[in-house]
Design a protein around this ligand. Structure first.
Ligand SMILES: [Zn+2]
Ligand SMILES: [Zn+2]
Length: 216
């Protein structure tokens, strides 16, 4: 048994546990879609005040959102079309730094710096990456990147309230959040993050408590 470098729980795999490995893979797989959503949000939402008519004939340029452009870079189109691009692009910058490190440490050529190529390379090496001493930083940066992309695109992940109570705070605060990679997590207790198997076990325990209330 080793302690997982990402979540701190016991793991029978080196350095990181199975749920964390699956979750990191899930974060990588969710990145291209989050980039597309962010790119779609580059135009400011135009809200006319009540009763005001927007004249189509004036053709004022729609202002672009600087936060989106800063995040995706001036050649963000290339990110989506898969073309090579130049210049500093934060999303690509984060991914390429990790991808280049992985390529160097596994004696391979670096892959092209596009979101699709980089995420694919990192997905292909995720089991290897999860055994490296930098895996905790890698996980934190991927989470941060997805969180930033979601915030800028304004698309909240779907969150389903689950019919169980949190094993730590005992409140009905367990949710399943799209793209988080966890089957269940508590909205208040950051340490409560359950894999599919752990969640099934929790459901079974609580179902038993409901059917035999006298014993609890
Ligand atoms: Zn873990
Ligand atoms: Zn809780």
């Amino acid at each position: 048994m080793t302690e997982c470098a990402v979540c701190g729980r016991n793991s029978n795999l080196p350095r990181t546990c199975r749920p964390c490995r699956n979750r990191i893979r899930g974060l990588l797989l969710g990145l291209p879609e989050a980039v597309v959503q962010t790119w779609m949000a580059r135009h400011r939402v135009q809200r006319g005040t009540n009763g005001e008519r927007v004249s189509a004939s004036k053709e004022a340029p729609i202002p672009l959102r600087m936060d989106v452009l800063n995040l995706l870079g001036p050649s963000a189109d290339a990110v989506l079309t898969g073309e090579d691009q130049e210049g500093p692009v934060p999303v690509v910058g984060v991914l390429s730094a990790w991808s280049d490190l992985a390529a160097e440490q596994t004696c391979q050529k670096p892959v092209s710096h596009t979101v699709s190529a980089l995420t694919q390379f990192l997905v292909d090496h995720v089991e290897w990456a999860c055994r490296q001493e930098w895996v905790a930083d890698f996980a934190v940066e991927l989470e941060g990147l997805l969180k930033t992309l979601r915030k800028v695109s304004g698309i909240e992940p779907v969150r389903i309230l689950l019919p169980v109570t949190c094993p730590t705070c005992d409140l009905r605060t367990m949710v399943r959040e799209e793209g988080s990679g966890w089957a269940a997590e508590c909205r208040y207790c950051s340490v409560v993050k359950l894999s599919a198997r752990e969640y099934a076990q929790l459901v079974a325990e609580q179902a038993q408590a409901v059917s035999t209330p006298g014993e609890v």
